[in-house]
Design a protein around this ligand. Sequence first.
Ligand code: SF4
Length: 217
Amino acid sequence: MRVVEKFVSINGEGVKAGEPAVFIRFQGCNLACTYCDTKWANEKNCPYTDETPAEIAEYVASTGITNVTLTGGEPLLQKDIRELITVLINNGNEVEIETNGAVDIEPFTGDPRPSFTMDYKLPGSGCEKGMIFTNFSHLTSRDTVKFVAGSHEDLVRAKEVIDMYDLTHRCHVYISPIFGSIEPVEIVEFITGNRMNGVRLQLQIHKVIWDPEKRGV
Ligand code: SF4
């Protein structure tokens, strides 16, 4: 498996935001979002270490942290990801997959099941056409759909998708700002003004605590 980073930090987003977590970041992505802040990890020539699921699980155990976030890039593109998920959960970890909405999650929903924080890519990302709508039907109350919005147009589209798939009754729903593109207050006003019950604003904690460009945190 192509590992580009592994480190202990706190979860920056999702239902476990603020909790300690061990992060495994994999190389490669099937999208190219305009605002991607991990583009370096998606480059074909990005240096990586080739590790087996057993080696990654050994590292996770050595950290003493039991929340594991598998991220990227797009972690579900890694050949042995199913095996890694199984090993980690069987070792007593809680596994969260950060996925981009452009990979079918159905093959990863069998037992033992991780939780998913799945993006829905809005128009400003330039990648909305890659979204797989059938993924919504596999989500449960353990999962999250995250909309990263950078404009009013993005917010309008987020509302449309949330309503169309009744997402607030299916899973957690977050809207986050594209750092530097939209003021969080605009999102607050949109959520409250449209009475979007069950939808939460989430700010990326890491960008507040550390330099927004800092890696490995
Ligand atoms: S899906 Fe995520 S990793 Fe891939 S290009 Fe978009 S923001 Fe970057």
